[in-house]
Design a protein around this ligand. Structure first.
Ligand code: SF4
Length: 469
């Protein structure tokens, strides 16, 4: 989007208005693939009946079905794989239709123009791309290529630019963030990067997503505990707890080792919020394996948990494994596991956020980032606490954003809040103090000039837009 905007194209979230439609696809699992194909077919209709003259398919589905997409959906004019992002202009302008598949190697940097589609106060930064782990259920290494890190300074500069443009929270992402810097010869690369980003003045929180269990070092945990701006939050997908299933997944380890690791994390980072995800119904998962997982979840008492139903993807290693679990059993196991966690989550939230009140002590207030009016009900506002990552965890719903002085909180404000009620996954509270906003400093980014406005096209993206140089 950044490359197109820099070249003078106007972006629109309305497919009806667009002359060029770009569908960015996912093909991680069956459901994502289906959603991607549905979106392509829906956009193809716009090409038949709307203003659209061109339809481009980009992203991971292209890595799997490059030629088939063009053959089976004749409305598609070009495909752009994950390694060809920088060639989007050629696709829009008509010189590119299909490229022979190359191992994806694209990695953006701080000078790659980028449109940030999240609200101004919270941004994601991708710090690495690809993955070298051999997990048998996963085709991400095939779709995204070998693990490669962005340069340290490039990430720092991007974070500074985003902070100067109003970001209060940065979330670092990548398929395997805990390996950050290994390919650059950095030792404890992620810990070093986090320590550096913790110095960016305007930021309230810096967090990272997706720790690989055996890459979580003591140095990383110490770093998180030492810097107040580093969110006391770790998302570490464990995928299972039975030794047997983890071995078939080629992830090694077992539930006891995970419990020890969680204990060490909690001891090093008091109050840390922990999130994980599991896959149920992996080929060969017996009732005994699943029981082990249930016992693990009860013992681990994690703050947030996601459960994915195993999905057989034809070019994943696990596709060839026997003893497939039937779909009904998989769904039933998912529901059972979620029910166990729901009870734990309810108890955790109550103890963590209402504990002081229940003990009859003084109210304990918390720091929150105000997100804005809730989409479901604009009379209620949404906010997040340090232990809640954007988009995925529970939320704090604010029933009152106005102080007795008449001061009103805005989206992007940082406030002290009082939690008045807790539920299974969400909290209810009100604002008790709005904290001062950081002083503005000139953006470090140089916004490249747009070429003359004659050739103005519209591109659809499906998201509100903000241009950052
Ligand atoms: S570590 Fe994550 S991205 Fe890498 S292969 Fe395993 S599941 Fe896939």
């Amino acid at each position: 989007m950044g490359i197109l905007a820099r070249d003078g194209y106007e972006l629109t979230p309305r497919a009806d208005d667009a002359e060029v439609l770009v569908v960015n696809t996912c093909s991680f699992i069956e459901a994502a693939q289906k959603e991607s194909v549905d979106a392509i077919l829906e956009m193809a209709e716009h090409k038949k009946f709307g203003a659209a003259k061109k339809l481009i398919v980009a992203g991971c589905l292209v890595e799997r079905y490059r030629e088939q997409i063009l053959e089976q959906v004749p409305e598609v004019d070009a495909v752009v794989g994950t390694g060809e992002v920088e060639r989007i202009l050629e696709a829009v302008e008509g010189d590119l239709r299909v490229l022979p598949a190359q191992p994806p190697s694209f990695l953006y940097h701080d000078l790659t123009p980028r449109i940030v589609t999240t609200p101004k106060h919270a941004a994601y930064i991708k710090i690495a791309e690809g993955c070298d782990h051999p997990c048998t259920f996963c085709i991400i290494p095939q779709l995204r290529g070998k693990f490669r890190s962005r340069r340290f300074e490039s990430v720092v500069r991007e974070a500074e630019n985003l902070a100067a443009a109003g970001a209060r929270e940065i979330t670092l992402i990548g398929q395997d963030t805990t390996s950050y810097g290994e390919d650059l010869g950095l030792r404890d690369g992620l810990a070093q990067l986090l320590a550096k980003l913790a110095q960016v003045e305007e930021l309230l929180w810096v967090r990272f997503l997706y720790a690989y269990p055996n890459r979580v070092t003591q140095k990383l945990l110490d770093t998180i505990s030492q810097h107040s701006k580093l969110a006391k939050y770790v998302d570490m997908p464990l995928q299972h707890a039975s030794r047997n299933v983890l071995a078939r997944m080629k992830r090694g380890s077992n539930g006891d080792a995970f419990l020890k690791l969680l204990e060490r994390m909690r001891a090093t980072i008091p109050g840390v919020s922990l999130r994980t995800s599991f896959i149920v119904g992996f080929p060969g998962e017996t009732e005994k394996d699943f029981d082990e997982l249930c016992e693990f979840v009860k013992a681990a008492r994690l703050d947030w948990m996601g459960v994915f139903e195993y999905s057989d993807v034809d070019n994943a290693g696990s596709h060839a494994l026997d003893e497939k679990v039937d779909a009904e059993t998989i769904t039933e196991r998912r529901n059972r596991l979620m029910a166990i966690q729901k009870k734990i989550s309810r108890e955790n939230l109550r103890a963590q956020y209402l504990g002081a009140r229940l003990r009859g002590g003084k109210h304990q207030d918390f720091t929150a980032l105000i997100e804005g009016p809730s989409k479901e009900n604009p009379l209620v506002w949404e906010a997040r606490l340090e232990g809640m990552a954007p988009e995925i965890d529970g939320k704090l719903y604010l029933i009152d954003i106005e102080l007795p002085s008449g001061e009103v909180a805005n989206a992007g404000d940082v406030a002290r809040v009082r939690v008045t009620r807790t539920d299974a996954y969400d909290l209810i509270g009100r604002v008790v103090e709005i904290l001062p906003r950081p002083a503005k400093r000139p953006s470090l980014a140089k916004v490249p000039p747009l070429p003359g406005g004659e050739r103005l096209h519209r591109i659809t993206t499906g998201a509100p837009l903000r241009v950052l140089g």
